[in-house]
Design a protein around this ligand. Structure first.
Ligand SMILES: [Fe+2]
Length: 335
């Protein structure tokens, strides 16, 4: 029987008991090494039920999984869509500059407006969640990447489960969470919407609780330009602390370079991308990206049943507690 739900969510600041129970479960299961996020699959076009279970288990614990297949190195766009459908990801966000089918081909593209947007260049992309500039009623909750060709050099992704970021911030100072949940914490000035038209400023929280499920959602970008943080000392301290986490070598930050046939299935976790270079004579780096308004089904707090939590308490598997308690010096005094 499900223990957490929208009315008993561990992400509400006034629900300390649920938070401590969920936190113990989370830290007992969270991956300590990127290898724990990688699940081999035979044919991503046609996942077996056993493979889906293995992938989902990793997603439940980490909000993400990296599938890896050696047998699949073609540019068939149906691959990410077929995988997504197995995990309940159906409602695509047709973002600006997406291909006609709603997927986005991330590759160096000199045509039209593409060079003005970093994802279509070989430059590094700072930490963010996807769609942070979307309006409140069109948030990106699911994110998929599928690699067709890797770059000759670079193109690594760093990944951080946003629920782990929440834990580190809340443990440091619950007021940080309160500040980042304020409805005007983060403003993205007007820009271009998914149809290429001017859109209004996007004002909203960094952390929010999804009303229907009680799950945690995060909007964030580390970019310095075209973002306005709330003029509030606690918001600024919280953002400074979060930046210190993202700049650190904490074991919860995982780094992976997707190879052909590999891909990421996630609940839009925090990520970045290093710069890369293609080589003449080799295929250009090409990843397909799909953004969904859905979260991955059966991956949220409602999937954690009471028995599972009791087992956690009994087993007291404490190995995961060390290392996640933040070794970061408080940034309260940092600029
Ligand atoms: Fe992204």
């Amino acid at each position: 029987m499900s223990y957490f739900n929208a009315s008993n969510t561990p992400f509400a600041l006034n629900n300390g008991r649920a938070y401590q129970q969920w936190r113990r479960w989370k830290l007992n299961h969270a991956a300590r090494h990127v290898d724990e996020l990688i699940v081999p699959v035979h044919d991503p076009r046609n996942l077996s039920d056993t493979e889906v279970m293995a992938l989902l288990s990793t997603i439940r614990h980490n909000n993400m999984v990296i599938y890896a297949s050696r047998s699949c190195q073609d540019s068939d766009k149906s691959i990410p869509r077929k995988i997504a459908a197995r995990f309940g990801l159906r409602n695509l966000n047709h973002n600006w500059l997406a291909d006609d089918d709603g997927l986005t081909s991330l590759t160096v593209n000199d045509a039209g407006s593409h060079p003005f947007y970093i994802p279509y260049t070989n430059r590094p992309i700072n930490w963010h969640t996807d769609g942070y500039y979307n309006p409140a009623d069109a948030q990106v909750c699911g994110l998929m990447l599928h690699c067709v060709h890797r770059a000759a050099h670079g193109g690594e992704n760093a990944l951080l489960d946003h629920e782990i970021a929440y834990i580190l911030l809340r443990d440091e100072n619950p007021a940080y969470i309160e500040a980042l949940m304020s409805q005007d914490a983060m403003t993205i000035p007007p820009g271009t919407d998914m149809h290429g038209n001017l859109r209004d400023a996007a004002v909203g929280p960094v952390f929010s609780v999804i009303a229907e499920s009680g799950d945690l959602h995060m909007r964030y970008t580390m970019r310095q330009r075209n973002i306005i943080w709330k003029d509030d000392e606690t918001v600024k301290e919280a953002i400074g602390f979060l930046e210190a986490i993202l700049d650190s070598d904490l074991p919860c930050i995982h780094r992976a370079t997707l190879e052909p046939g590999m891909g990421l299935i996630s609940n839009n976790v925090l990520h970045d991308r290093s710069g890369f270079s293609d080589m003449v004579g080799l295929p250009q780096r090409l990843l397909y990206r799909a953004r969904y308004f859905d979260r991955i089904t059966r991956s949220g707090i409602e999937s954690i049943d009471e028995e599972e939590l009791e087992d956690e308490t009994r087993s007291e598997r404490s190995r995961h507690f060390s290392g996640y308690s933040s070794p970061i010096a408080s940034t309260n005094s940092s600029p």
